[in-house]
Design a protein around this ligand. Structure first.
Ligand SMILES: *Cc1c(COP(=O)(O)O)cnc(C)c1O
Length: 400
């Protein structure tokens, strides 16, 4: 163990700490936000409408509903899908907890399907194996930004009359067989959290091509209240002030200044996509030469804007654990993160009766992964520093 000191005690590859993800806010974004703050309407005004139109134009979806977070987007989607007491919703364990929590919010039960060992995305076969009479929807997550196998999953959903919700928190900018993510599943959800490709501080959206779903999403976002007389039950109504609550909804509104920030960031989305791709290509070029590392497989159908870069250790060829490697990266001033602890490992899920071992592929992947820095504002030097640190540690821990 004396050599370990060389890593932790020697000069770190970087002096300034670098994080796995970071937003990129420019003066032009700040100007857009301040314009809204100087205007009379700061919530649910013209900028939210404009953002919704923009998301439709960008993705090709017919309808978009901007909401307060990606989590709210998933909750609204589950409400619109009609998830209720006892309904089962199939999702992946290799995701942020919100992808599964959204079923619980509606009284439903998440069911975890295992992932593909090479792409790390939910496996269509495993979805099929987990379908029961109670299954009502699938929440398929485009893990790291790569689109799930949408054709296969849509086919399964059609056959079994399930609603397909695509959790595209990672995949704005990605296309599947030439169609932008957002226009393909029954509903697609985005997140605008600061580590995501486009940010509003917080924010989210649900996209759909289905008018009936769209109307349900609007109700879920806004207290179940309608202002349109045609949608009201009581007629003639009480007067001009009157609106009607016709279902139970929430306040999941996005503010206009968040919408302005997101809309302004959308101007640079293509640039963000290009830069993310260039960094991923450089990492892959170097890391694919190293047998101590495993590269995430890409399916040709997905033209991917990568949100996360997964450094996966081939633990059979290294003398360290993932934890040791992660800590050593941190000692090099490179702050990684792990995406994700399998959702059902958390105590809350354990208390619901889920047990470890449920999804062996996901658990195996989890044991060897960490997300290394990937964001458009990284300089070429930053990228090379990450590479130098990885090379240094791999050389140190290699069993070859
Ligand atoms: C970030 C994220 C969410 C939740 O989005 P918030 O905007 O943080 O609520 C949901 N699913 C996935 C896969 C995410 O990465």
């Amino acid at each position: 163990m004396k050599e370990k000191l060389a890593i932790f005690g020697g000069k770190p590859v970087r002096t300034e700490r670098i994080y796995y993800g970071r937003q990129w806010v420019e003066e032009e974004d700040i100007n857009e936000v301040s314009q809204v703050l100087r205007s009379p309407l700061i919530t649910c005004g013209p900028r939210v409408t404009r953002l919704e139109q923009r998301l439709c134009e960008y993705t090709g979806a017919k309808y978009a509903v901007a909401v307060s977070s990606g989590t709210a987007a998933l909750h609204c989607a589950c409400i619109a899908a009609g998830i209720g007491e006892g309904d089962e919703v199939i999702t992946t364990p290799l995701t942020f907890a919100a992808s599964a929590n959204c079923a619980l919010y509606c009284g439903g039960r998440p069911v975890f399907a295992d992932v593909d060992p090479d792409t790390y995305n939910i496996s269509p076969k495993s979805i099929e194996n987990n379908i029961t009479e109670r299954t009502k929807a699938v929440v398929a997550v485009d893990y790291t930004g790569q689109a799930v196998m949408l054709d296969e999953i849509r086919q399964i959903c059609r056959e079994h009359k399930l609603c397909l919700i695509e959790d595209a928190a990672h995949s704005i900018g990605t296309a599947y067989k030439g169609r932008k993510v957002g226009s393909i599943a029954d509903m697609t959800t985005f997140s605008f959290h600061p580590v995501k490709t486009v940010t509003g501080g917080e924010g989210g959206a649900v996209l759909t091509n289905d008018k009936a779903l769209y109307e349900k999403l609007l109700l879920a976002r806004g207290h179940g209240i309608v202002h349109d007389e045609e949608l009201m039950e009581e007629a003639p109504h009480e007067g001009d002030w009157y609106y009607e609550q016709i279902s139970l909804g929430f306040n999941y509104r996005m503010t206009d200044f968040q919408a302005a920030l997101i809309d302004s960031q959308m101007n640079r989305l293509d640039e963000f996509v290009r830069r993310r791709r260039a960094i991923v290509a450089r990492y892959n070029e170097v890391f694919s030469e190293m047998p101590e590392l495993i590269i995430q497989k890409e399916i040709p159908e997905s033209d991917t804007c990568r949100h996360l870069y997964i450094l996966r250790l081939n633990l059979d060829r290294l003398s360290c654990s993932r934890r040791e490697f992660y800590d050593a990266m941190s000692a090099e001033n490179i702050q990684c993160q792990v995406h994700y602890v399998p959702v059902y490992w958390f105590p809350y899920y354990k208390h619901l009766g889920f047990q470890r071992g449920l999804c062996p592929e996901a658990e195996k992947i989890y044991s060897g992964i960490m997300s290394i820095p990937l964001y458009p504002k990284m300089s070429d030097n930053d990228v090379e520093d990450v590479i130098r640190a990885v090379k240094k540690l791999v050389r140190f821990y290699s069993l070859l």
